[in-house]
Design a protein around this ligand. Structure first.
Ligand SMILES: Nc1nc2c(ncn2[C@@H]2O[C@H](COP(=O)(O)OP(=O)(O)OP(=O)(O)O)[C@@H](O)[C@H]2O)c(=O)[nH]1
Ligand SMILES: [Mg+2]
Length: 239
């Protein structure tokens, strides 16, 4: 069931429809102010769903048109940052690796200081940026980013987890600003029915967008790159 909009302040009843609470004072649908700092987009999702492959694709697609930098999160390594470097999708000074040393969701939701430092370091070192992508370490369906760290969040699941994943919901699936269902090239191999995933994603997410993707077939992640272009274009001048 999609998160229901709710009035504030309000009280809770035991049998009420579930809903989410945005951070106080944050309107998740408000236009984003431009100029003061880069648009920050978080990319979360289960282990191995294709988050780093998506970051690499977005760097390829947007690197020439936007001033762009990336923060990666791994628990004990700098594996994802190393992958981006090896593949030459961004210069080394545009990539920061955060080693969380703890559950990935803690570093993107509860104690965001290491990630905020990394984002702010990049902006201080590189000058004004248009876009910073923050990749979470792989986690489960409940992982979401703090609105104090990012402006918009993408949640990446893949078909290999089974076509039941959108139906299982969880805040990542229901509330992310964009849901990416990745690895559709593998759907026939794992008997995943994309029409079921589409139907369940719509039921869980209401009007929020979902895209289907294969990063081996679309190396520029076209629908995701277009979604980000739209966000950047829609930013309003800082007050
Ligand atoms: N077949 C197929 N493989 C993919 C696709 N996207 C990513 N992969 C592969 O899936 C594996 C995991 O991709 P990653 O991008 O490392 O996944 P991740 O979500 O960043 O993983 P963690 O950061 O460890 O949680 C890699 O071997 C990718 O090459 C896709 O669309 N199709
Ligand atoms: Mg990764």
């Amino acid at each position: 069931m999609p998160a229901e909009p709710h009035a504030a302040p309000h009280t809770h009843e035991p049998d009420e429809v579930p809903h989410t609470h945005p951070d106080p004072g944050v309107d998740p649908h408000a236009p984003l102010a431009a100029g003061a700092r880069a648009l920050r987009v978080g990319i979360g999702g289960p282990v191995g769903s294709g988050k780093t492959a998506l970051v690499a694709a977005l760097c390829r697609a947007l690197g020439d048109e936007l001033r762009l930098a990336v923060v990666t999160n791994d628990i004990y390594t700098t594996e994802d940052a190393d992958f981006l470097l090896r593949n030459g999708v961004l210069p080394a000074d545009r990539i920061r690796a955060v080693e969380t040393g703890c559950c990935p969701h803690t570093a993107i939701r509860d104690d965001i200081s290491a990630n905020l430092d990394a984002v702010e370091d990049l902006e201080a070192a590189l000058g004004p940026l248009d876009l910073v992508l923050v990749e979470s370490g792989g986690d489960n369906l409940t992982a979401t980013f703090s609105k104090g760290l990012i402006d918009r969040q993408i949640f990446v699941v893949d078909v290999a987890g089974g076509d039941k994943v959108p139906r299982k919901g969880g805040p990542g699936v229901t509330a992310a600003d964009l849901l990416v269902i990745n690895k559709i090239d593998l759907a026939p191999l794992v008997s995943a029915d994309l029409t079921v995933m589409d139907r369940d994603a719509r039921a869980r997410r209401g009007e929020l967008p979902t895209v289907f993707l294969s990063l081996v077939q679309d190396r520029a992640a076209s629908p995701v790159a277009d979604w980000i272009r739209g966000l950047v274009a829609a930013r309003v001048p800082a007050a």
